[in-house]
Ligand binder design. Structure first.
Ligand code: SF4
Ligand code: SF4
Length: 501
């Protein structure tokens, strides 16, 4: 028996007058929190297992349930928070690396919330997006530096391969294995209906989803799971994953328990074997090596597909991006330190990397200073929570944004941050067939489409308010942004003035 007792983080409050002992909460909870006590004919709770996913609360037909944060505390200590003490207890008991999922939840600055957007008044009047045309179409890929003509004065129209998006958003990488078949199906369907792209992550592409190829980014990660010729051919673009915001500098690990059936076939590894992605690509130790992989992938797909290189936002990200822009890549994807994950070591998730807002501003400026900004498009992710985050990212220099956590929320995720257990009660981060079936891909897809259409509408309204009728005009237009409550250094890195200036 463990020598310490950790009081449960959440308490189940069950209103006895309302509870009809229908036992729905018991069936809905994969963690075994709710138990029927036959002797006393009432429901009881094992709160030590509760992760506050809100599944039981949502399904209780009489609204008899509430999950509340426990107000039991350890003695106040500004240095040793209750959470820190509990983590020490856990490690002393288990002896292992602490694992977490989803993004960094700590109260570090969210720069999106310290940036304000401009609006037109009097001159340069606002534009009514309901009556005037508004362009949100976005093209990702290398752009020519200048308009060129041939000897006969005709325009040279040859462009490097481009991704066309109906709006400056895409669904970020989430692998089959870390999320369920139904969640992948919902993302693929929604991306196709919206005219945007979703991303396979590093788990390969299930054969059922090849039909969504024109709206798919296929990822090549260090483990090379599920990578073969047909896979590369299937996607509209290929992403080389060098890093991920939630766990920069380390590889990935999907436990053997999740490598079952179709997940094992799609990844091309035996059932039950751990899927371990090494921290580095073992053929990449320099920009020259990266260039070789970029051109190998271009060669393999006859130079028809843009190549994305995805990196985590780390301290010297501007210099790294400059190297990638010279590697022949068409698009750089940067993932900030709040980016989600199915599983990451807690210490790394919460302490490594930098905010995407600062990384984006630094990269865009560096590429402009070096005269190579048009060599690549920039896609940013790592906690894009709303349409206003997208607007601010575009004005800071992004060509498009990767959306992941918000997409999971649209499908039912309640951010309980327990994906690593494989027991997602909402049918998303799980491979258990009884749980997977809880997510209807049609419903999930419809909700994703609703979310992205709503964001697009809000983007058009905000652009109209600024007197701008094209997302292209907003791109890198930092004059449209002002900082609030930021230091001079932060404003300098973001390249924006303070509110009132
Ligand atoms: S779902 Fe609600 S009503 Fe049914 S047993 Fe659970 S708490 Fe009681
Ligand atoms: S995907 Fe599921 S397990 Fe992961 S945070 Fe969301 S609800 Fe929790």
């Amino acid at each position: 028996m463990s020598i310490e007792f950790i009081y449960p983080e959440f308490e189940v409050v069950r209103n006895a007058d309302r509870c009809t002992t229908c036992r729905i909460c018991e069936k809905q909870c994969a963690n075994g929190v709710h138990i029927y006590d036959a002797e006393h004919k009432k429901m009881i709770s094992d709160e030590t297992k509760c992760v506050n996913c809100q599944r039981c609360v949502s399904f209780c037909p009489t609204r008899a349930l509430k999950i509340v944060k426990s107000d039991n505390t350890l003695r106040d200590n500004s240095n040793w928070s209750g959470n820190t003490i509990k983590e020490v207890f856990k490690q002393a008991t288990g002896g292992g690396v602490l694992l977490s999922s989803m993004g960094n939840p700590n109260p570090l600055p969210v720069y999106w919330d310290k940036i304000l957007i401009n609006a037109s008044q009097v001159t340069n009047p606002p534009i009514d997006p309901l009556r005037e045309p508004m362009e949100t179409r976005t093209f990702l890929g290398k752009k020519p530096e200048k308009i060129q003509r041939n000897d006969r004065g005709e325009l040279i129209c040859k462009l490097e391969p481009q991704i066309e998006l109906s709006m400056p958003m895409m669904f970020s990488a989430m692998s089959y294995g870390s999320i369920s078949y139904n969640a992948h199906a919902a993302l693929a369907k929604a991306a196709t209906e919206l005219g945007i792209l979703y991303n396979t992550g590093e788990g390969g592409l299930h054969e059922d989803f090849y039909k969504y190829g024109p709206n798919t980014i296929v990822q090549v990660a260090s483990g090379r799971f599920g990578v073969h010729e047909d896979y590369l051919e299937a996607g509209a673009a290929i992403e080389i994953k060098m890093g991920q915001g939630a766990k920069p500098g380390i590889g990935g690990h999907l436990p053997g328990a999740k490598i079952v059936g179709d997940v094992s076939r799609t990844r091309m590894i035996p059932e039950g074997s751990d899927a371990i992605s090494p921290a580095p690509h073992h053929d990449i130790y320099s920009i020259e090596d990266l260039r070789q992989l970029v051109f190998s992938l271009k060669e393999a797909t006859e130079y028809k597909k843009p190549i994305i290189v995805k990196v985590a936002a780390v301290h010297n990200i501007a210099a790294i991006a400059s190297g990638i822009a010279r590697s022949g890549a068409d698009i750089i994807a940067i993932d900030g330190f709040r980016g989600g994950t199915g599983a990451a070591p807690t210490r790394i998730r919460d302490n490594v990397g930098i905010p995407i807002e600062l990384a984006l501003a630094a990269v865009d400026q560096r590429l402009r200073d070096e005269g190579i900004r048009n060599n690549v498009s920039l896609v940013v992710g790592g906690s894009i929570r709303s349409s206003s985050d997208v607007i601010k990212a575009v004005a800071l220099g992004a060509d498009a944004c990767y959306v992941a956590t918000a997409a999971l929320l649209a499908m039912g995720c309640h951010l309980c941050r327990s994906c690593q257990t494989g027991k997602c009660n909402w049918g998303i981060a799980t491979q258990r067939p009884d749980l997977v079936s809880r997510l209807d891909p049609e419903v999930g897809s419809k909700r994703l489409v609703n979310l992205m259409k709503a964001w697009r509408h809000e983007i058009m309204e905000i652009m109209g308010g600024m007197g701008i009728n094209s997302i292209e005009t907003l791109r890198g237009n930092r004059l449209m942004l002002r900082g609030i409550g930021l230091t001079a250094k932060e404003l300098e890195i973001l390249g924006i003035s303070h509110a009132g200036e």
